[in-house]
Design a binder for this molecule. Structure first.
Ligand SMILES: *[C@@H]1O[C@H](CO)[C@@H](O)[C@H](O)[C@H]1NC(C)=O
Length: 356
């Protein structure tokens, strides 16, 4: 898996959402940026950041209308204030050869910052020629809020995860829409207290917890709420995926609530035996444990007959799976559920009939 990204957040604490109307403003134009879409404005942006970061009080870094060409940029802290508001009215454009040159795998990266808000703007990654990267990565962060974000990449572009979250707590993603060629959201090891709400996915591979368990020692995923989602023409809907290899990892206390599936190939899917390298013997004693996963009010249409698929391992069955008012149809008929080594309960109307 390629972990490069258009926007990467590696931070101690990033807290979005502040109003700083009265704070001093640094306009990137004053630092030499050109809104012509051709002149390299990288150093102007970095100079503006340097000033903003060294200010002892909150500041606004302003990007006016226009197209600003920038190479990869690392906005690094720690800063002397924890209230930097980056307001973008224009578009940041990546050079079309950005992925062929340079050694920073990320285009726009924030590191060790606290209290940064990014508001508005368009990030044009020019990904088409070599579109093989994640869009937004949140790694080692606390209390990040993504709101009203739109991500769009072609449905056939490989490895273009929309939002990847790992090793982070207290991340919230609301009112967001992702169209891409890979997972709309991928949730990796060490994600906890995550909430996704009002989210639309399609095309794409759905919202996926995983892949987990690629390593023996990895932190688990816990307390994840995914609420009010719509999936349209995606390969998966709500998926938990882990390698069939030895691991101490886990996924637990997961709530999937109010989801609409429109022609989704695998609307509900737990795959605990993911093994593209085919080296995952059934004798593996301890795999990623999956427990306490609730599916509540999940409805719509499946593009395949098996709409609910719990494929868990014999030695590490999935536990505490709850299906609460699930109604998925295939070709206007009730779809089919398939269970292997999954244990749980059903509440209310559940169609396809539960196999738990
Ligand atoms: C679970 O996560 C939510 C945020 O999504 C948080 O408010 C809540 O306190 C967390 N619960 C526990 C038990 O940590």
């Amino acid at each position: 898996m390629n972990n490069s990204a258009l926007l990467s957040l590696l931070c101690l604490v990033a807290l979005l959402h502040q109003s700083l109307a009265a704070s001093p403003q640094f306009n990137v134009i004053q630092f030499g940026a050109k809104p012509d879409g051709r002149t390299d404005s990288t150093s102007a942006f970095l100079a503006a950041w340097k000033q903003a970061c060294s200010s002892t009080r909150g500041v606004t870094l302003y990007v006016p209308k226009g197209r600003f060409l920038t190479r990869s940029m690392l906005f690094k802290g720690p800063c002397r204030n924890s209230a930097i508001f980056i307001r973008i009215d224009g578009t940041l454009v990546a050079p079309s050869d950005i992925w062929a040159i340079g050694n920073n795998p990320n285009w726009i990266e924030f590191q060790y910052v606290n209290g940064v808000t990014i508001s508005g703007g368009v990030l044009d990654g020019k990904g088409a020629p070599l579109c093989q990267m994640f869009h937004v990565v949140i790694n080692f962060c606390q209390n990040v809020k993504l709101q009203g974000v739109r991500i769009s990449a072609p449905g056939n572009s490989p490895n273009t995860d929309g939002i990847h979250i790992q090793m982070s707590t207290g991340v919230t993603v609301v009112n967001t829409k992702v169209a891409t060629g890979d997972d709309c959201v991928s949730i990796g090891p060490g994600a906890a207290n995550l909430r996704i709400e009002n989210f639309a996915c399609g095309p794409g591979h759905g919202i996926s917890i995983g892949s987990l368990g690629k390593n023996v020692n990895e932190p688990g995923v816990q307390n994840v709420t995914v609420k009010s989602t719509t999936f349209t023409g995606t390969t998966n809907g709500l998926r938990i995926k882990s390698w069939g290899k030895p691991s101490n990892g886990f996924a637990r206390n997961i709530l999937f609530q109010h989801a609409t599936m429109n022609n989704v190939q695998n609307p509900i899917f737990i795959d605990q035996r993911y093994c593209p390298d085919r080296n995952c013997p059934d004798t593996v004693k301890k795999r990623v444990r999956v427990s306490d996963v609730t599916y509540q009010d999940i409805h719509g249409t499946s593009a395949t007959e098996v709409a609910v698929n719990f494929d868990c391992s014999k030695r590490n069955p999935c536990k505490g799976i709850r299906l609460d008012n699930v109604r998925l149809t295939y070709n206007k008929k009730p779809a089919v559920a398939s269970c292997a080594n999954a244990d749980g309960t059903t509440i209310g109307l559940v169609q396809p009939g539960s196999c738990l």
